[in-house]
Design a protein around this ligand. Structure first.
Ligand code: SF4
Ligand code: SF4
Length: 279
């Protein structure tokens, strides 16, 4: 079993508790307008556009497939900027064992692993195998997900998953479609299921006032999730939209100011949330 891996970050302090190795899988099933790593969205079509644009000759076509030479690459990112398919020629096809070999080297220095994307829940069998190995070595395991795939359908995966960092990109379904091109019924039912099973580590809301009604969304989300605090004390991350890395056509939204983010956090406090992080 191999999946397409965009990159592995040996040490991250922003993808869950403690120092963690974070694995980014390639491929996503929705289209967040503010996606800040759009090169993880699509699978490579081997069209060759990036090959012709690489200034260092690090890319070539071999038997109809793009080939990447790490030695020649200067990490200028030209390839991902010119790719017409929101992909990258620098991905690797790796099995759970091959990914875990890289994790294993960091074990003395990390508390656990997190898997992100793209949307990593498109690869539940891979996650299950990877997490089994991590748990056997005493590491904690977290999934970063857009919530569009039902966790309840993967009990074996959930047995070896310590928690999920779940995006609620808009509470209202029509607004969620506007933000992501996808509905959110499954996202909200996932939030409930994860909270009830004490697997909801964190809920994330990206604040883009130009794109959807962020205050209404935060209010409705707070009211909806508050009853589950009694089951499990999860945290909420209020994240300001920033244009870095965003596709050109969506880099035009205004960045919300700190005062407004504080105001939204206060709304959540009114519903009983204590653990709120603003970034
Ligand atoms: S990474 Fe993008 S531009 Fe390069 S070959 Fe693949 S699909 Fe084409
Ligand atoms: S980042 Fe991409 S375009 Fe730049 S040198 Fe490396 S392969 Fe070539």
């Amino acid at each position: 079993m191999k999946v397409t891996v965009n990159r592995i970050i040996p040490f991250s302090s922003v993808d869950g508790p403690g120092n963690r190795t974070t694995i980014f899988l390639q491929g996503c099933n929705i289209n967040c307008k503010y996606c800040h790593n759009p090169e993880t969205r699509g699978l490579c079509q081997h069209c060759g556009v990036c090959v012709d644009n690489c200034p260092e000759g690090a890319l070539s076509m071999v038997d109809g497939r793009v080939s990447y030479d790490l030695e020649k690459c200067v990490q200028c990112d030209t390839c991902i900027h010119v790719c017409p398919h929101d992909s990258s020629p620098r991905t690797q096809e790796l099995s759970p064992e091959e990914v875990y070999e890289r994790v294993r080297k960091q074990i003395p220095f990390i508390r656990g692993i997190s898997v992100s994307g793209g949307e990593c829940m498109l690869q539940p069998a891979f996650l299950t195998e990877l997490f089994r190995m991590a748990k056997a070595d005493g590491l904690t395991t977290l999934i970063d997900s857009n919530g569009t795939i039902p966790f309840s359908e993967y009990p074996e995966l959930m047995d070896v998953t310590d928690g999920v960092m779940l995006d609620i990109k808009a509470f209202d379904c029509e607004e969620h479609k506007k933000v992501t091109d996808a509905p959110n019924e499954v996202v909200l039912s996932n939030a409930v299921w994860l909270a009830e099973h004490a697997k909801l580590y964190e809920v994330r809301a990206v604040i883009v006032p130009d794109l959807y009604d962020t205050e209404r969304s935060i209010r409705n989300m707070g009211a909806f999730l508050a009853p589950y605090l009694a089951v499990h004390a999860f945290r909420i991350k209020v994240i300001a939209y920033r244009p870095m890395g965003v596709r050109e056509e969506y880099a035009c939204y205004q960045v919300p100011d700190q005062e407004y983010l504080n105001y939204l956090a206060d709304i959540l406090r009114e519903y009983g949330f204590q653990n709120i992080i603003i970034i």
